[in-house]
Design a protein around this ligand. Structure first.
Ligand code: FES
Ligand code: FES
Length: 257
């Protein structure tokens, strides 16, 4: 029998630096694959949409509280505890000065001393008419609107319906009855007669008392408008105003021509 031929032993692996054609082709293959992979990755990256960078707002740093320093030389005061509100004291009530009951007082009425005893709330108008019997002074409105109650208090015209009788204490009161001297009429009374300065006569005492004061005040020597203005507090339901103005102008000239 023939012996089997001896096989030539072949190395299973060869070093990489082997320059055999088979190993050389493997190396080239690996290079090719590596190059292709790098090219593919680059292609994918270039095909993607570029992402825009979003600016991030910077957050401001927190502000630190700076303690306020007191002015130089000032001594810091410790905060005082709240004081309790004081208890309100009752307001002392003054002793009453209200005069009640009939009160006696003196005054000068049409040149004569008189003593009256009246309730303090009595008006001068009621005192003249009801107590003194001087009814020449008229009560028209009793509210200070018509002038029918005009009298003189210390020579100045007042509305007696708005004046308390006790307010005339120690003073001089003149009414229409006190103008004439005996049988001689006052020049203003005569002027009213001469100029027909009245009709029914209800307002006439007040008109004459006011006209006398108007003349004394120096308002009777102006024009008609001035006289009307200064006599506007005396109303006449009969409308005798033009004749009243004529009477005042005549009295201002000294009376009868
Ligand atoms: S009664 Fe005094 S103003 Fe009329
Ligand atoms: S005259 Fe009659 S109210 Fe004056």
């Amino acid at each position: 029998m023939d012996a089997p031929p001896e096989e030539t032993p072949q190395p299973e692996t060869a070093p990489l630096d082997d320059a055999s054609p088979r190993l050389q082709s493997r190396r080239d293959f690996l290079k090719t694959v590596a190059t292709a992979s790098a090219a593919g990755i680059a292609g994918v990256a270039s095909a993607q949409t570029p992402v825009k960078a979003v600016p991030v707002k910077a957050t401001p740093p927190p502000v630190k509280a700076v303690p306020v320093k007191p002015p130089a030389g000032a001594t810091p005061k410790p905060s005082a505890p709240p004081k309790p509100s004081p208890t309100p004291r009752p307001t002392p009530v003054p002793a009453s000065t209200v005069v009640t009951g009939a009160t006696e007082f003196r005054l000068k009425l049409n040149g004569a001393e008189r003593t009256l005893k009246l309730e303090p709330r009595t008006t001068l108008l009621d005192a003249l008419r009801e107590t003194c019997g001087l009814t020449g002074t008229k009560k028209g409105c009793d509210h200070g609107a018509c002038g029918a109650c005009t009298v003189h208090l210390d020579g100045k015209r007042v509305l007696s319906c708005l004046t308390l009788a006790i307010a005339a204490q120690g003073r001089e009161v003149t009414t229409i009855e006190g103008l004439a001297r005996s049988e001689d009429l006052h020049p203003m009374q005569q002027a009213f007669i001469d100029c027909d300065g009245f009709q029914c006569g209800f307002c006439t005492p007040g008109q004459i008392m006011s006209a006398v004061a108007c003349l004394k005040e120096g308002h009777a020597k102006g024009d008609d408008a001035t006289i009307r203005e200064w006599m506007s507090g005396n109303l006449c339901r009969c409308g005798a105003y033009p004749n009243i103005v004529d009477a005042i102008k005549l009295a201002a000239k000294g009376g009868r021509a």
